[in-house]
Design a protein around this ligand. Structure first.
Ligand SMILES: [Zn+2]
Length: 178
């Protein structure tokens, strides 16, 4: 399934389950972000490999919980990744890899954007708009993400520019305003 359809359906169900829609959306992209680039580079034998397994979901969920100590965040992440696998279900999924051996299909990348996929994406986009309009948490989370990225950028500037970090950071800010 294409990204917009994945995102829309995941956001809507996460919202209905009172989970974090933003974390679920990000997590729903993780399996393809792990497997597809490494498959294209010839490292993985299939575009659905270790990122499309229960093993990856469990390990990453535990890591997210250990780093954040927030149950809701970890559950939302787990839900997002699981949703990706369920939505990929019409095709091959190596659920129990590496504990079970699979014959990975050597299917090449098919980028035939059919009418069905287009309609799925439109449906996904509609769902995403509905969630965005009705779920205040998602709006708050996006703002939060913006602030967090700003903080990371600030810390990055301080690390890169060292002692004069504050001056440099303020200069950047003033330049931006100008
Ligand atoms: Zn996938």
């Amino acid at each position: 399934m294409f990204p917009i359809a994945h995102i829309g359906i995941t956001a809507l169900i996460a919202s209905l389950l009172s989970l974090s829609p933003l974390i679920a959306i990000i997590a729903s992209q993780i399996p393809d972000l792990i497997d597809k680039p490494l498959y294209i580079l010839g490292v993985f034998p299939s575009g659905r490999y270790i990122g499309h397994t229960l093993f990856a979901i469990i390990i990453l969920t535990i890591l997210i919980y250990l780093f954040s100590r927030k149950k809701i965040l970890a559950i939302s992440f787990c839900f997002g990744m699981l949703m990706h696998l369920l939505q990929d279900l019409p095709y091959f999924i190596p659920w129990f890899y590496p504990f079970k051996n699979y014959e990975f299909p050597k299917s090449s990348f098919q980028l035939n954007y059919t009418l069905e996929l287009f309609l799925l994406d439109i449906t996904g986009l509609t769902m995403l708009i509905i969630v965005y309009k009705n779920n205040r948490q998602l709006v708050a989370e996006i703002l939060n993400l913006k602030n967090t990225s700003y903080e990371i950028y600030k810390k990055f500037c301080q690390t890169v520019y060292g002692k004069n970090s504050k001056n440099q950071f303020n200069k950047n800010k003033i330049n931006k305003k100008l």
